[in-house]
Design a protein around this ligand. Sequence first.
Ligand code: ADP
Ligand code: TRP
Length: 329
Amino acid sequence: MRVLSGVQPSGKLHLGNYLGAIKQHIELQHQYAGDAFYFIANYHSLTTINDAQQLRQLTLDVALDYLALGLDPEKATFFRQTDIPEVTELTWILATVTGKGLLERAHSYKDKIAKGIAPSMGLMCYPLLMASDILIYKSNIVPVGKDQVQHIEMTQDMAGYFNNTYNCEVLVRPEAKLNEAQIVPGIDGQKMSKSYGNSIDIFDTPKKSRKRIMSIQTDSTPVEDPKDPDSCNVFAILKLLATPEETAEWADRYRAGGMGYGDVKKRVAELFEETLGPARERREKLAGDLDAVEDILVDGAKKARNIAKEVMAEVRDACGLVIARELHG
Ligand code: ADP
Ligand code: TRP
């Protein structure tokens, strides 16, 4: 069983990204060791980022972030989307068997236009490229957030359109695996998000992270009074980082009264540091050896590309596209 997911390079990671998505990716590499594929979706980013220097930097940042957070290149195949040019070839072929209406129904396309992103053909064809990313490795399981599920359903449809059109079984129907993490609240209690300015970033300095945690909004119940853990933003984050036993102890302390929010914030800051401090150190080390990072991405791309080439050969064969083998290495 092959598991695959893509990550768009889109800026600084926060605790919500880690607990909501990245942690699951890293855990799955153990369960699917040898057959877990993760890639940096930099072709997709061209639909929103048009600054070359920024795109190069963001691409490198994702690589450093994932490796620092525990992606193990011995277990998972990690690469850049652009190192697999077959992906864009398959995108075209899928476009020829896919009705325009399917793409017009994409929620993500409509949401992005509503946010003011230019309605380019690239943005419209985003789901074709994503389907190609998945189908070119005959991926079985695709771990994603809820917002991406429609794209996986479209991928299933596209695999079917191709197989039906050419009366073959070349493309494999993938299944989405929903990240089961709850919504991580930001320092104001709303969903943590880059665009709300309420995030606790993963790779800030320890001092800055601590300051962010100490600024989580709380109510004004006096220290001596009992408090409700379930309506407290600090407790909501503590719960995601502490063991169930420790969480239960803090809940008792809330209800008993005599505990100030400052105490629980300090503990959250400690837990944050215990969970993510080592990743910060690993990231600094990796940033000092970019050649090693490049080697990991190149090794990953070689492995991924071997599969992509084989599948593309089957696809071309199924639809009668002839190429000169000696020109394609
Ligand atoms: P942002 O909202 O900060 O722009 P993205 O949309 O780039 O975040 O999210 C990337 C991944 O992180 C998605 O798969 C999403 O499921 C997950 N994620 C983002 N914010 C949260 C959150 N507050 N709680 C849980 N998961 C989140
Ligand atoms: N669209 C995905 C996102 O924004 C990223 C992505 C690109 C992806 N290609 C993929 C995810 C293939 C899973 C599989 O999060």
